[in-house]
Design a protein around this ligand. Structure first.
Ligand SMILES: C[S@@+](CC[C@H](N)C(=O)[O-])C[C@H]1O[C@@H](n2cnc3c(N)ncnc32)[C@H](O)[C@@H]1O
Length: 225
């Protein structure tokens, strides 16, 4: 049986904001890999661990928990060490979840690890799945009842690193029939049409003419890591 790796987004810290898909995936797996910033693998300061414990209690299941030391120093050797823990876990278990807070698309370790896995173990990469979640800023917006963007305003997400950074751009709310010629491509553009519907299509490029209102384009920045 093929080994499976799920990268599961847990949402912004309140267990009620986990998705059904994430919950089902956690319930069906053999073990959960939980990041910790403590070098001794303790979970004393880990919000992620607290969430996993509460989710298990609330939904009545228990899984083996494996600590993954995640020092957040952006060092290749640390990510490799985390991938080694994933590989070692897959020797014992068939189906594992690596969990992350918020949504994995937003500043998460998940993609550093997947990049290494893609290079070193293509079979596992192809057998991996990323489960999205609610971001911290979606939650913050809902709490204060203020939209992040509405009408004719956009939104910028800026890492406070002290220097100019390249950005991914998301284009939404196109008009049907619109020619996308004018959308300048800076990175790698994808077109997502009717996501979640039965006629959903994903194009690994910029579709020339918009056919559906439910279309979004993401210009994924290159060299984002
Ligand atoms: C490494 S990023 C992870 C973001 C996460 N993947 C998401 O979808 O929100 C961590 C940053 O997200 C923000 N963040 C995440 N959870 C938060 C929370 N519960 N409250 C406030 N800010 C939070 C903070 O800016 C924090 O420095």
């Amino acid at each position: 049986m093929a080994k499976k790796l799920y990268m599961v987004s847990l949402g912004p810290g309140n267990i009620e904001l986990i998705t059904l898909k994430a919950l089902r995936t956690l319930k069906n797996c053999d073990a959960i890999l939980v990041p910790t910033k403590s070098a001794n693998n303790s979970f004393d300061r880990s919000l992620t661990y607290k969430m996993i414990t509460s989710i298990q209690e609330e939904f009545g299941f228990t899984k083996d928990i494996i600590a993954v030391y995640t020092p957040m120093k952006f060092k290749q050797k640390d990510w490799q060490n985390q991938v080694d823990i994933i590989n070692n876990s897959l020797e014992k278990y068939d189906n594992i979840c690596f969990v992350t807070l918020g949504d994995s698309a937003i500043y998460s370790t998940v993609y550093y690890l997947l990049d290494i896995i893609k290079e070193q173990n293509e079979i596992l990469y192809n057998n991996s799945e990323v489960i999205p979640g609610i971001t911290s800023f979606s939650n913050a917006s809902a709490i204060v009842k203020k939209p992040i963007c509405i009408g004719d305003v956009g939104v910028k997400i800026v890492p406070l690193v002290g220097y100019d950074v390249p950005s991914t751009t998301i284009y939404m709310r196109p008009k049907i029939g619109m020619d996308t010629e004018a959308l300048k491509e800076n990175g790698e553009m994808f077109t997502f049409e009717n996501l979640g519907l039965s006629n959903s299509t994903i194009y690994p490029n910029k579709k020339k003419i918009v056919e559906k209102y439910m279309t979004l384009f993401i210009d994924f920045v290159k060299g984002a890591k």
